[in-house]
Design a protein around this ligand. Structure first.
Ligand code: NAD
Length: 498
């Protein structure tokens, strides 16, 4: 059995707290590893290493920092298959999807390689008599990232690559459910030439997170996970005087207008609703057909597609999706399906009894599809995070728009239509952070920023793209005057440009 420890001071170290958790292989249901849970003293050791190493790294010129990231990219591409294999085995998603998880992370590393340009300040010559004014961006010091189970390569890389590129040292607390890939990434960074102490991984649960929240030498925290934990971390981190950004849960709607290409819409719904077993923060979990006939047309096409989804072990080359992450999560999702029936929604496809032949202990279920879901039902209001799609029928476009606007989550949303006016109006008026027009999972590329609205995110700045550089640096503005013959004497009133 694999024993996962931590990664502190440039090497893997064993846990010393005596506490540990189980890591399963969802496709077989078997125990794969034990992961050490860090005590506050182990978090403190990681922070001490980071703090000692950071000033030298910050003083390393940004081109050289970027070169370490470039080397890391080369090494991660060398080990691409190994990373995807470990990821699929611990998360449950298919190998093909696991490769996408790694790739979307590497694309943010590619973005961060532009750090010499991204960190450039501004300069105004002659802003006053003999005065030049300029700004510079400086790293914060030691920063931390706390990440979820559902993208164990992508989200740690979204957090640590920009932070490190900016000259910070980073403490990563990945999900305790799939810690293998984050440790592999830390090893690759070392091989790429990152100085020891600049990237540390502490595994663990709430105890490790609380130690990060309370540590006085951690300047900023980036979190991704469920909304209740996001809110908790945002509150406690801000109260401790840290810069905090927290990205939370979602309930992403896809509005299907009567003029939409229905085949395209159905393809989008099965891919975005059931891919990765629905365990994506950008999964479409609510379909909103608009108008009197659209719902029936859509369901006639959608039901057979959901019934024929291919579920398979993560290593299968032709599965549409694999198992869920844990037995506990599988039960939670099935309980939501039972709740939906109790609430009066019509279960059109029931995948709860699906069994994977040869993998009877794996955490599998088939796709489920509800019709006639109403906005006051819990299955509509709450995030299920499984292969369960709810259809909420809307009479008009305005009603569909209002549904997305009134929902407490505002991560992603999509509209499917051929009408440019409707699409434009939707993009302008919808109260959601990331919008797709005939695109079901509108995850922005690395050079734009990613972030939801409402209770899908807490804090001001988004992740990756230019916001990541703003988040991981502080701006200093310098007003400078050199003796140049300009003598103004003592000034007792505030200088202005009048
Ligand atoms: P989670 O909230 O259970 O865990 C996230 C992290 O918080 C983990 O590292 C975990 O160890 C830690 N944690 C868990 N409970 C804690 C507690 N009580 N106190 C302190 N720390 C705690 O989330 P998850 O199940 O790993 O991930 C799924 C969730 O993440 C979904 O809600 C999904 O929508 C969300 N998510 C959001 C985004 C986004 O960008 N908005 C992206 C991916 C996932």
């Amino acid at each position: 059995m694999i024993e996962y420890g931590h990664f502190i001071g440039g090497k893997e170290v064993k846990g010393t707290s005596g506490r540990a958790g189980d890591v399963f292989e969802p496709m077989t249901g078997e125990l794969r590893a034990r992961v050490a849970f860090a005590a506050p003293a182990e978090v403190a050791a990681a922070v001490a290493n980071a703090k000692a190493a950071q000033p030298r790294w910050a003083a390393t010129n940004p081109q050289r920092r970027a070169r370490v990231l470039m080397k890391f990219l080369e090494l991660a591409n060398r080990d691409y298959d190994k990373l995807a294999d470990c990821l699929a085995r611990e998360h449950g998603k298919t190998i093909a999807d696991a490769k996408g998880d790694v790739q979307r992370g590497l694309e943010v590393v590619e973005f961060a390689c532009g750090i010499p340009h991204l960190m450039k300040g501004e300069y105004s010559e002659g802003a006053g008599p003999g005065i030049d004014l300029y700004s510079m961006r400086q790293p914060l010091g030691v920063v931390a990232g706390i990440t979820p189970f559902n993208f164990p390569a992508m989200i740690p890389l979204w957090k640590c690559a920009p932070a490190i590129a900016c000259g910070n040292a980073f403490i990563l607390k990945p999900s305790e459910r799939d810690p293998g890939v984050p440790l592999m990434l830390a090893n690759l960074f070392m091989e790429a030439g990152l100085p020891a102490g600049i990237l540390n991984v502490v595994n663990g649960d709430k105890e490790a997170v609380d130690a990060i929240l309370d540590h006085p030498d951690i300047e900023a925290i980036g979190f991704v996970g469920s909304t209740p934990i996001a809110e908790y971390i945002y509150g406690r981190g801000c109260a401790a005087g840290k810069r905090v950004q927290c990205f939370g849960g979602a309930k992403n709607h896809m509005i299907v207008m009567p003029d939409a290409d229905m085949d395209q819409a159905v393809d989008a719904l099965v891919g975005a609703g059931y891919g990765s077993a629905g365990e994506r923060c950008m999964a479409v979990s609510v379909a909103v057909p608009v108008g009197p006939k659209t719902g029936d047309v859509l369901l006639d096409k959608l039901i057979p597609r959901v019934e024929s989804l291919k579920i398979g072990p993560s290593t299968s080359a032709d599965a549409d999706f694999g198992p869920l992450v844990t037995a506990a999560h599988l039960k939670r999702v099935k309980d939501y399906v039972a709740l939906g029936i109790k609430e009066g929604a019509k279960l059109k496809v029931d995948g709860r009894d699906f069994k994977m032949q040869g993998y009877e202990k794996g955490f599998y279920m088939g796709g489920c599809l509800f019709d006639e879901v109403k906005p006051d039902m819990r299955i509509y209001k709450e995030e299920i995070f499984g292969p369960v799609l709810s259809v909420v029928r809307a009479k008009t476009y305005d009603e569909g728009l209002k549904l997305a606007n009134d929902h407490e989550y505002g991560n992603g949303v999509a509209i499917f239509t051929r009408d440019g006016d409707a699409a434009r109006d939707f993009a302008a008026k919808v109260n959601v952070g990331m919008v797709g027009i005939n695109v079901p999972i509108p995850v922005p590329l690395a050079y734009y920023t990613f972030g939801g609205w409402k209770r899908s995110a807490f804090g001001d700045l988004n992740q990756h793209g230019p916001d990541s550089v703003r988040f991981y640096t502080k701006t200093k503005t310098v007003t400078s005057r050199w003796p140049s013959g300009v003598k103004e004497g003592a000034e007792f009133v505030i200088p202005t440009m009048k």
